[in-house]
Design a protein around this ligand. Structure first.
Ligand SMILES: Cc1cc2nc3c(=O)[nH]c(=O)nc-3n(C[C@H](O)[C@H](O)[C@H](O)COP(=O)(O)OP(=O)(O)OC[C@H]3O[C@@H](n4cnc5c(N)ncnc54)[C@H](O)[C@@H]3O)c2cc1C
Length: 480
């Protein structure tokens, strides 16, 4: 329910709809590609107020709210921001989101809140994503934020995985008064926010400050602990946990096993490339601390957000020619348009309807070229996407000394294998009985995020964690 007072709604929508739009300020491509710092220049307070005052306050429920997976009350926040009441606006986001400073930066706004803004019909949408990040940053700088802690219940919940799903769950469980311990296989918390999404989209210090809020709220963090290897879910119950949430993501890179040459020096998997390229060595497991090798001519294979991030990381690491190879057309690309535009502005090229069929070594045994075949779009598949079909005899070669495979991700099947009665499907995705609750086939075990849906978004994983937290709270109240 929007909190905008009714007298305020007697606004002149037409006049507001015609207010001038000032595009987002970005650092110039030639400057930003020299480092890994944030690309978007943060709003100044006056600029934020002007931008928020473009909101025409659609009747409740506003389309932006409907499109937001976490149902942020965006019109109310816009109303507060335009009056300079930034901290109160931040409070609106905290009501529905555990990660507003992250979602304000990395959500594909053009496909969600901003994409559904009615101003799109004749004008530019309100930049509500960036305004979300602005308000929460402002609050942190001026007074800080503390996750409200509930009355202690004496119940203990184990969360497996410190990514957006696990943290969405932790945030609400703490507010309900439960004791939360997060077990994480990596040295630091954050999941793909740290070990995937590059710094130029989400600076590590933004994340570190966010994590401090969880620590201050009493969330216990157990790093370098791989559940399924170092401990089991049964073991966690035996240690005294009353419920378990699985938020382990979907992080195993898809392979091109039937394509010769993927084992050549110069062919990288996306995650390894991004992590070595972006993450400080001290946050990495020891076996990943070496520098990432990069040549002058780089091809990235794939069409998702990961591909855009690899292209942009390669440019920042000094590659001279960076090309994305994708087997369908741009229309079918799953990655966000905003990231693609930034990659293009930074110098990345795209080659559509192109499928690598062989990675070719040069005289030194390292990657020298990628043999490709042209594709055309055939009949739609089960999901309605037209299938790419090779054009017979159209093979050609692209010179490349580095190839990065950004083909998607699979879940690690280990928890299905080591947890009796835990149902999994499709290569290890966790089966949940009711998506609104995240309850699995195993009593007291809940799950959400990419390990349930397959690779998706930060916001959808966080929402799944929050929904599961409510279900866990209910379960713990009723548990004998
Ligand atoms: C390169 C890249 C760029 C992306 N860019 C965007 C973007 O711009 N915007 C967006 O919205 N989304 C983006 N995404 C998707 C987004 O990051 C994911 O959808 C989201 O992080 C999923 O959250 P999660 O908590 O389910 O999983 P994850 O973030 O993967 O977190 C899972 C955590 O569980 C840990 N773990 C795994 N197995 C175990 C185990 N057995 N025991 C203990 N710990 C375990 C992992 O180490 C990890 O820390 C991107 C993804 C990638 C790969």
């Amino acid at each position: 329910m929007q909190a905008v007072p009714s007298e305020f709604l007697a606004i002149d929508r037409k006049e507001r709809a015609n207010r001038p739009y000032f595009d987002l300020d970005l650092r110039a491509p030639e400057e930003r590609t020299c480092d890994f710092n944030a690309v978007v220049i943060e709003f100044e307070p006056e600029r934020a107020m002007v931008e928020a005052a473009r909101c025409i306050h659609c009747p409740d429920p506003a389309p932006c709210m409907v499109a937001c997976p976490t149902k942020n009350d965006i019109p109310s926040a816009m109303w507060l921001i335009e009056q300079g009441r930034f901290v109160e606006a931040a409070g609106i986001y905290h009501q529905t989101s555990a990660l507003p400073e992250v979602c304000g930066r990395v959500c594909p706004h053009e496909a969600l809140c901003q994409g559904s803004c009615v101003l799109n019909k004749h004008h530019q949408p309100v930049l509500c994503g960036e305004l979300e990040a602005f308000t929460v940053d402002y609050e942190r700088r001026t007074q800080g934020y503390a996750i409200p802690k509930g009355e202690p219940t004496g119940k203990k919940v184990a969360i497996i995985g410190a990514g957006p799903a696990g943290l969405g769950c932790a945030d609400l469980l703490i507010q309900k008064g439960h004791e939360v311990t997060v077990f994480e296989s990596k040295p630091a918390p954050g999941g793909l926010l740290v070990y995937g999404i590059p710094n130029f989209k989400l600076a590590k210090d933004v994340w570190e400050e966010k994590w401090e809020e969880f620590e201050k709220a009493g969330v216990k963090f157990v790093p370098n602990t791989y559940i399924g290897k170092d401990k089991t879910i049964d073991g966690l119950f035996a240690e005294g946990f009353d419920a378990v949430f699985i938020g382990v993501g979907s992080e195993i890179d898809a392979k091109m096993d039937d394509t010769p040459g993927t084992d050549l020096d110069g062919v990288h998997e996306a995650t390894d490339f991004l992590i070595r390229g972006n993450v400080e060595p001290e946050l990495l497991p020891e076996n990943m601390r070496g520098p990432v090798g990069i040549g002058k001519r780089v091809v990235v294979i794939g069409g998702g957000d990961t591909a855009s991030d690899c292209l942009r990381t390669a440019i920042r690491l000094g590659a001279e020619e960076v090309t994305c190879l994708y087997r369908r057309t741009e229309k079918e690309m799953p990655g966000g348009k905003k990231d693609r535009k930034m990659a293009r502005d930074e110098g990345a090229k795209y080659r559509f309807l192109t499928q690598p069929v062989k990675f070719i070594a040069g005289a030194d045994g390292k990657l020298a070229a990628v043999e490709c075949i042209e594709m055309k779009l055939g009949e739609p598949d089960a999901k309605g996407r037209r299938k790419p079909v090779p054009v017979e005899g159209s093979n050609f070669s692209v010179a490349a000394d580095t190839a990065i495979l950004a083909l998607g991700y699979w879940p690690d099947p280990i928890l299905g294998k080591t947890t009796p009665e835990l149902e999994v499907h499709d290569w290890g995705l966790i089966t949940v009985k009711d998506k609104a609750k995240g309850n699995t086939s195993r009593e007291g075990v809940f799950s959400g995020g990419d390990c349930v849906t397959g690779p998706d978004l930060v916001v959808t994983a966080m929402v799944a964690g929050k929904k599961a937290a409510l279900a866990i709270d209910e379960y713990l109240k009723n548990k004998k």
